[in-house]
Design a protein around this ligand. Structure first.
Ligand SMILES: Cc1ncc(COP(=O)(O)O)c(C=O)c1O
Length: 410
C-alpha cells in the first residue's frame, strides 16, 4: 500500500524548481531529496580517512550494491560491474571485444546517438562492417523480428565474415518505445551472434530478468528510471563472456585472457577505474527504499504506464494528431510518443527545428519533451513519472501546440 499519493504532490520530494513541468525524465533522470543525505554520508566517509575508505572499507560496500542490484535484475553479483553511464558501458564493450577484421555488427537506425557513434568507431578501429536495419515506426513486434530474420538470411547468403554481434535496445530513446528485445535476442543467439542489449532506459521502467533473457551483454542507467544520482550505470556480462572484456580505463588488475570464460580478473579490473567518487553507487539501497515507500515497483510502473497512455492521448487531442502505437499496443511503457502538427515546408533544417522546439519549451514554457523525426513525421517523446499527473501533460500539450503554431508561421 503506497504511503504517498502519486502525482504533483510528490514533486516536493525532488529538487525541481517551482513552475517547471518535468516531462523529460528519460534523458537525465532525477533523484529524490532523501537520497542526498546518503550521498553526503558516503562522501564524508571518504573524506574522514581517505586511505581507510578507498583501500579497505569501500570494496565490501561496493559488493553489497552489486548484490542488491543482482537481486533486482535477477542475475549474480559476479556478473555486474559499474560504469559511469550507458555511453561508457557501450564504448567499453565495443572497444574491447576481440573482433576479427571484417566481422559484421547488426544494429538499428534508432540506436541512441552516442551508441551509433561508438558503432562507427568500432567499424573504423577494428575494420568491421555495420549492417543497419532501418525502423520506421509504428511497427508491430512481429514486423521487427521479420526484418531481423530477413536481414540475417540476406547476410548469410553473402560471402565474407559473418555477423558477429548485434546491438539493440530494450527501450529505444527516440522514439521512446519498447523494443522486442527478448525475441530479437533469441533469434540472434540462435544464429550464433553475440548480443549487446542497450537497456539504458530499462531499470525502474520495465521488469527485468537478466538470466531469463540471457543476453551476452546488457547495461542500464540507474540514474534514469531508478532514481539514483547521476553518473551510474550497471553493466551485466554473462560469465561465459567475461574473459572478452576489459574496462576502458585499464588498472593494475589487468590480465590478458585467451579463454572468454576466464572470469579471474573481471571484478578487480572493473572495480577500481583509478580514483573516482563512488558515493552515488551507494545510494541504490536508499533509492529502492524510497520506491518501496511509494508502493514498490509494480505500483510505480502501473502509475507511470497508465499516465503515459492517458497523457499521450490528451496531448494528441490538444495537438489534433496521434499517439505512436502499434496494433498490439506494445510500444508504450512509461514514455509516450505523439505526432507534432508541423508543416512539411518549414524553412529550417531538421536540427534547427529540433533546437528551436527545445529552446522554446525550456525558456518560454518551463518544460521539456524531446522532439525527433521518424518515418516522415515530427514526433515528441513525453515521459510519465511518479511526480506527474494528467494536468502536467495538459500543460505540456498546450506548450507544444503554441510552439508548433509559431514554427508553422515562420
Ligand atoms: C537508449 C539509450 N542508450 C544510451 C543512452 C546514453 O545514456 P548516458 O547519457 O547516460 O550515457 C541513452 C540516453 O538517453 C539512451 O536513451
Amino acid at each position: 500500500m503506497a504511503s504517498k499519493e502519486f502525482g504533483r504532490s510528490l514533486r516536493e520530494d525532488f529538487f525541481f524548481e517551482s513552475g517547471y513541468t518535468p516531462l523529460n525524465h528519460g534523458s537525465y533522470g532525477a533523484y529524490p531529496r532523501v537520497l542526498q543525505k546518503t550521498l553526503h554520508e558516503y562522501q564524508e566517509k571518504a573524506e574522514a580517512f581517505p586511505d581507510r575508505w578507498n583501500r579497505l572499507e569501500m570494496y565490501p560496500e561496493l559488493r553489497k550494491c552489486r548484490e542488491l542490484l543482482a537481486n533486482f535484475l535477477h542475475c549474480d553479483a559476479d556478473e555486474l560491474v559499474f560504469s559511469p553511464n550507458a555511453s561508457s558501458a557501450a564504448s567499453t564493450i565495443l572497444r574491447s571485444f576481440p573482433f576479427e577484421q571484417g566481422d559484421k555488427i547488426l544494429h538499428f537506425t534508432t540506436a541512441y546517438v552516442n551508441i551509433n557513434s561508438a558503432l562507427k568507431f568500432a567499424r573504423d578501429h577494428h575494420k568491421l562492417e555495420l549492417v543497419p536495419i532501418e525502423l520506421k515506426y509504428p511497427l508491430n513486434d512481429d514486423a521487427i523480428t521479420e526484418l531481423v530474420k530477413e536481414t540475417l538470411a540476406k547476410e548469410k547468403a553473402k560471402s565474407g565474415r559473418p555477423i558477429r554481434m548485434a546491438v539493440f535496445d530494450v527501450l529505444s530513446s527516440l522514439p521512446g518505445v519498447l523494443f522486442p528485445y527478448e525475441a530479437v535476442n533469441q533469434i540472434c543467439q540462435d544464429n550464433g551472434i553475440i548480443t549487446v542489449l542497450d537497456g539504458a532506459h530499462s531499470i525502474g521502467q520495465v521488469p527485468l530478468d537478466l538470466h531469463k533473457t540471457d543476453s551476452d551483454f546488457f547495461f542500464t542507467n540507474c540514474h534514469k528510471w531508478l532514481f539514483v544520482p547521476r553518473g551510474f550505470a550497471v553493466m551485466y556480462v554473462a560469465k561465459r563472456n567475461q574473459g572478452y572484456l576489459h574496462p576502458s580505463t585499464i588498472n593494475a588488475a589487468y590480465q590478458a585472457h585467451s579463454d572468454p570464460q576466464d572470469t579471474s580478473s573481471f571484478e578487480d579490473e572493473f572495480s577500481s577505474p583509478g580514483t573516482i567518487d563512488h558515493s552515488h553507487y551507494f545510494c541504490v539501497a536508499a533509492a529502492l527504499k524510497y520506491r518501496e515507500s511509494l508502493g514498490g515497483e509494480d505500483a510505480i510502473m502501473e502509475h507511470n504506464h497508465n499516465l503515459a497512455v492517458q497523457g499521450g492521448a490528451l496531448v494528441a487531442d490538444i495537438l489534433g494528431t496521434q499517439v505512436m502505437e502499434n496494433d498490439d499496443r506494445t510500444l508504450t511503457a512509461s514514455m509516450v510518443n505523439v505526432e507534432l502538427p508541423l508543416k512539411k515546408d518549414i524553412a529550417l533544417s531538421s536540427s534547427d527545428i529540433a533546437a528551436t522546439i527545445i529552446k522554446k519549451l525550456v525558456y518560454e514554457h518551463h518544460t521539456m519533451a524531446s522532439p525527433y523525426y521518424n518515418n516522415g513525421k515530427w514526433w515528441v517523446r513525453l515521459c510519465a513519472q511518479v511526480y506527474l499527473d494528467l494536468d502536467d501533460f495538459k500543460t505540456g500539450g498546450e506548450a507544444l501546440k503554441t510552439v508548433c503554431q509559431e514554427l508553422n508561421s515562420l
